[in-house]
Design a protein around this ligand. Structure first.
Ligand code: ZN
Length: 98
């Protein structure tokens, strides 16, 4: 599953305002379940990878290092400098892994 598929999903649910608001308020786990559900209905396969691996792996360049996580909530890639919310980066890794 690629990032473009994720934005397509978001576009498709945009028609419903209520749904859209709901999507933005979802937490990480709910978002994951939604991605999996949509992937199944779209005939895509989402592969669950080790949370430990995804949390230390860069969703932009794929570099994996313990030092990519300076703290619990922040992800900062030592290789390319990509910085993001740690949960967001991890969810991107899980989405892309499929
Ligand atoms: Zn990187």
């Amino acid at each position: 599953m690629q990032l473009e598929d994720l934005s397509n999903i978001r576009d498709r649910v945009k028609s419903s305002r209520k749904m859209n608001r709901k999507l933005y308020n979802w937490n990480f786990r709910q978002l994951l379940s939604f991605i999996e559900y949509k992937a199944v209905t779209e005939g895509l396969k989402v592969v669950q990878v080790s949370p430990k691996y995804t949390s230390q792996s860069c969703s932009r360049c794929g570099h994996t290092e313990k030092g990519n996580r300076p703290n619990q909530s922040t992800f900062q890639c030592k290789a390319c400098g990509y910085q993001a919310n740690a949960d967001f980066n991890a969810s991107m890794n899980i989405a892309v892994a499929g």
